[in-house]
Design a protein around this ligand. Structure first.
Ligand code: ZN
Ligand code: ZN
Length: 119
């Protein structure tokens, strides 16, 4: 037996599944069978949070700013109606359709922006 060939379990997997539920990332390896899991929580694909927003990579322009500067040069994603950073080529950064880690302040300011500038 060549011990060097048996590296299973020697290191943590470099890539994780990435499925999310309530903002928690599945901590199992990419492509694993069965339920997704994060500590005590388990979920199926059907129960997972929606992932990549189809607006990712679409062209975008910086939205008008409120008096306080919000949204700071980000663009409105036409799919998820959130403010998304624009990359150097003028396209919306990769993002999910929802972000449960979003600060309450962002939600409040987004509402104000849409009240000011309309849908
Ligand atoms: Zn998973
Ligand atoms: Zn989006």
């Amino acid at each position: 037996m060549d011990g060097a060939a048996d590296s299973a379990g020697a290191a943590a997997p470099a890539r994780f599944c990435g499925s999310r539920k309530d903002g928690r990332h599945c901590t199992r390896p990419l492509g694993h069978p069965g339920l997704h899991r994060h500590q005590g929580a388990m979920w199926t694909d059907a129960g997972a949070d929606p992932l990549r927003c189809p607006g990712s990579g679409e062209p975008g322009e910086p939205a008008a700013r409120l008096a306080n500067g919000f949204p700071g040069g980000r663009a409105v994603c036409p799919h998820c109606q959130r403010f998304i950073a624009i990359d150097a080529s003028g396209r919306l950064a990769e993002h999910d359709t929802s972000d449960s880690d979003e600060p309450a302040d962002e939600t409040t300011q987004r509402r104000e922006w849409f009240n000011t500038h309309g849908w």
